[in-house]
Design a binder for this molecule. Structure first.
Ligand code: 4AD
Ligand code: MG
Length: 430
């Protein structure tokens, strides 16, 4: 008898197999048990008939509780009605460990309860589907950048300075001095791009943001490409091609998971480069026409982003933001220095900003001006300023938030379900 996984079951139609997993659910009539078995790779229904296996085994299985670990033996049978396309005629079930009464039942639970039991909640079909799609997005990301000649360069987590502003820094002791948890690997990627041409980092980043919204995490994962000799417009093209690719990979590999989540697939099928572009100026006009009280120079809130995105089927680039409200490293437009060569990519369906990117300042003088006007500590940034002294070139990059992308692709209400163990304003457990 072969040991296989549920994902591989199609190869064994008509054969006897062993599955090692957990009893997800058990329904019984007097004569037949219907066992839902999961093994991490999938879910399958097993059917055990009393007359075929004998009374002893049949009664033993009846006592097995939800989430008990079990080794199941049976014959694979094609079945069009089954969600996996197969069913198992079960001949034997060996109990590995009997589970205590499982706290997560089939009934509805409140969010706090589920979050307190995140370590168990992860086992549900919905959470498994989300984790699988997250995995596809990560693999597709790595494939996309490697096919295109990028090198992965890991950025440090403990840093001496801030990338995205001091108001959201986590501070920690670093022997006799202070360190900060990284908000972004970008500044290090700029150094790496001048060494390796096209690079990206992908790691956890931290924001001590007192925001309690459905889009904010305290710890999230960011993919940050950085490219030497790439200017503003080409940076946008790389972003739209990248996003088109990773969404198409999910459509290719995760049809089943998208179905489990009830995702409207047609919305994802529409995601094809090129994406529309709208300037910040035009976006402000659009918001004012819609009756929003927002003035030029102000940043968008989540409701503004939703209104802008609603005008488009695809993600939309909002470009040329006011220099005042954006980060110090962004290159001012030479024709109009009050705006920067930056773009945020807003996802459709109200998911908000999923990418922030820009061309960077390559001139030493201009960077010094910005560093001084923002009162940044020169000693902590000296290495970054140095990059403009030794063969500076035009360069650009962007950061895609993995969790916001997962939320959008999966069609989730809240970002808390996109990461295995979310860190949020009021939660660090489990
Ligand atoms: O716009 P942000 O802050 O940009 C940067 O950090 C740049 N240094 C990136 C770069 O150019 N290399 O963040 C980029 C993305 C956002 O668009 C969003 O998707 C995500 O990171 N993000 C968050 N995701 C979850 N929770 C939060 N608190 C987030 N803050 C940003
Ligand atoms: Mg941003």
């Amino acid at each position: 008898m072969v040991h296989t996984s549920i994902a591989e079951i199609a190869k064994y139609n008509g054969k006897e197999v062993t599955l090692k997993g957990w009893l997800y659910n058990l329904r019984s009539s007097g004569k037949i048990h219907f066992l839902q078995v999961r093994d991490g790779s999938g879910f399958i229904q097993g059917v055990m008939v009393k007359n075929e296996v004998g009374e002893d085994l049949f009664n033993k299985v009846k006592e097995m509780s939800q989430e008990s670990s079990v080794i199941v033996e049976g014959v694979v049978k094609e079945d069009d009605r089954a969600p996996s396309g197969y069913e198992l005629t079960v001949n034997n079930v060996n109990l590995v460990d009997k589970a205590d009464e499982y706290p997560i039942s089939k009934k509805e639970h409140g969010t706090d309860f589920l979050m307190d039991h995140r370590h168990l909640w992860l086992r549900s079909p919905r959470q498994v589907a989300i984790m699988k799609i997250r995995d596809t997005l990560v693999k597709a990301t790595r494939d996309f950048f490697h096919k295109d000649g990028f090198t992965l360069v890991d950025a440090p987590i403990l840093t001496p300075s801030s990338c995205e502003g001091t108001t959201t820094l986590f501070e920690t002791d670093y022997f006799d001095t202070k360190a900060y948890l990284s908000q972004s690997g970008q500044l290090y990627m700029e150094a790496a791009a001048l060494a390796l041409g096209k690079v990206y980092c992908f790691g956890p980043t931290f924001r001590a943001e007192k925001s309690k919204t459905r889009r904010h995490l305290i710890e999230f994962w960011m993919i940050e490409p950085e490219m030497a000799y790439v200017e503003f417009e080409e940076n946008l093209e790389i972003q739209e091609n990248y996003l088109t690719y990773i969404v198409s990979e999910v459509l290719k590999h995760n049809k089943k998971e998208l179905e489990t989540l009830g995702r409207d697939i047609s919305r994802l099928e529409a995601i094809k480069a090129p994406f529309p572009r709208i300037t910040y100026d035009k976006a402000i006009e659009l918001l004012q026409e819609k009756g929003e009280e927002i003035k030029w120079g102000e940043d968008f809130g989540a409701p503004h982003e939703t209104i802008i995105a609603e005008h488009f089927e695809k993600p939309v680039f909002v470009t040329h933001y006011p220099t005042e409200i954006k980060s110090f490293y962004m290159k001012p437009d030479p024709k109009r220095p009050e705006v920067v060569l930056a773009a945020d990519l807003l996802a459709p369906e109200g998911y908000g900003e999923i990418i922030g990117g820009s061309e960077r300042i390559s001139s030493l003088d201009l960077l010094m001006e910005r560093v001084e006007s923002e009162n940044l500590p020169l000693d902590a940034y000296q290495w970054y300023i140095d990059l403009r002294k030794y063969g500076s070139v035009p360069h650009s990059g962007f950061g895609l938030g993995l969790e916001r992308t997962v939320a959008w692709v999966c069609g989730l209400e809240h970002i808390r379900e996109t990461i295995p163990f979310p860190r949020m304003l009021n939660r660090m457990y489990p």
